[in-house]
Design a protein around this ligand. Structure first.
Ligand code: CS2
Ligand code: MG
Length: 404
């Protein structure tokens, strides 16, 4: 029997922090999985190193579901971002190994391609409306068929966590304590319809337009936003309210036809069961790396398919190229694919993670290399030392903490 002989945790920071699990087998095959949890990286590294890796040694790497259940049920303590990110890393590494041993790309093991390519959306973020329009134009010129549009709210000064164009959305601040950002719902609600109108006026309706609220509104405020954007035919409005308040979506639905997407912070099927079965959302944004890997994400998407909910996987820069590639394999294979986020990766990151995916005419393909199609260059990774960072904290004008 082939067995797992080694499982090691690798940490690097080629522009941002990534944690990767590498598993080796007795027949000389290696597989990798992404274990990155933005701003809380070392907690997953420890969970893997101290509690999971020793348990993997000697196990049969072909038994992916069995190992998944062993780690999930065996721990007694279930779900949660740390546990589920760790299990996801093991799961993806084992799918990578299975693909390499079979000589097939993972999407072929998942039933083959349901489509020619995966539609991805790029990020257009502007400090002001001209800056936003430039970014939208830049993405459309490059062939993107879908664009997420965000412009800094005047008087608030951030583009959903991006002060003065220094960072990509979601990238943690390089400080010892979290950066404190400000928020003003009234100004925001007046501002978004103004710039969406200009985006449609300038570029027309021949592409998908998306927007991320980042959990900042109450249900009735979100309903107002949805109504005010209906003319611009949004592809989706993402995370309009804090994701854990699931009943909130019913109220939003009663007032607007804007399609709703949620779930990048969910980590199991149990977090979205109600939203899906009650048809309170249109897109489920659970990712490979934060929702238990390919095996568990496929269960979520199978449930979603029954209720007409489509996928919309999180693919921000903190999702490493390993789980982004894994997402492309899932996206290509499932029937109810909706949309995939693609933030692109900086050159230093491409030195560490050698990828085989392609982008053409707005569609991505994971490539046909056996496994996931990403190789990790340990020597290159060693040049980029871990750099502890926090995600920002969001506050209102009176100093009280608000959702981020
Ligand atoms: C954002 C993310 O891309 C998105 O939709 O919500 O950038 C998010 O802020 C980060 O992934 C948090 O780690
Ligand atoms: Mg988001």
């Amino acid at each position: 029997m082939t067995t797992i002989t080694e499982a090691k945790v690798l940490i690097t920071c080629p522009g941002r922090n990534y944690v990767t699990l590498k598993i080796a087998t007795s027949d000389g095959v290696t597989g990798i999985g992404d274990a990155t949890l933005n701003g809380r990286e070392l907690s997953v590294a420890s969970y893997l190193r101290d509690h999971v890796c020793p348990l993997l040694i000697g196990k049969d790497p072909s038994c992916i579901e069995r190992i998944w259940q062993y780690l999930y049920k065996g721990a007694y303590w279930r779900r949660g971002p740390v546990t589920m990110t760790a299990i996801a890393a093991v799961d993806v590494a084992l799918w990578d190994i299975k693909g390499k041993r079979a000589g097939l790309p993972v999407y072929q093991l998942l039933g083959g391609a349901s489509r020619d390519g995966v539609t991805v959306y790029g990020h257009a973020s502007g400090e002001d409306i001209p800056g936003l329009l430039d970014e939208v134009g830049r993405l459309l010129d490059r062939g993107f068929r879908a664009v997420r549009a965000q412009a800094a709210v005047p008087g608030v000064g951030t583009v959903h966590g991006v002060p003065e164009g220094q960072r990509n959305a979601g990238e943690p601040a390089a400080v010892e304590r979290p950066l404190v950002e400000g928020w003003d719902t009234g100004r925001y609600l007046n501002w978004v319809p103004r710039y969406m109108a200009m985006v449609r006026q300038e570029f027309g309706h021949g592409f998908h337009l998306l927007h991320d609220v980042h959990h900042r509104l109450t249900p009735i405020e979100a309903a107002h936003l949805g109504k005010s954007l209906e003319l611009f035919r949004m592809f989706w409005i993402e995370d309009p309210t804090p994701a854990e308040d699931q009943e909130a979506f019913r109220l939003i639905r009663q007032h607007t036809t804007a399609p709703l997407a949620v779930g990048e912070v969910f980590n199991s099927i149990w977090d979205c069961q109600y939203l899906i079965t009650e048809r309170l959302i249109d897109y489920i944004r659970t990712s490979v790396s934060h929702a238990g890997g390919i095996s568990h994400l496929r269960k979520i998407l199978s449930l979603a398919e029954l209720y007409g909910v489509r996928s919309g996987a999180h693919g921000a820069g903190d999702v490493s190229p390993v789980s982004f590639a894994a997402a492309l394999h899932v996206d290509l294979s499932v029937q109810n694919f909706g949309m995939q986020e693609y933030m692109e990766y900086l050159p230093p990151c491409q030195e560490v993670f050698k990828t085989t995916w392609s982008f053409e005419d707005g569609l991505m393909h994971p490539g046909d290399a056996p496994g996931i199609g990403v190789e990790y260059d340990e020597e290159a990774a060693a040049r980029f030392a871990y750099d502890p960072k926090y995600l920002p904290v969001n506050t209102l004008a009176d100093g009280s903490v608000h959702d981020w």
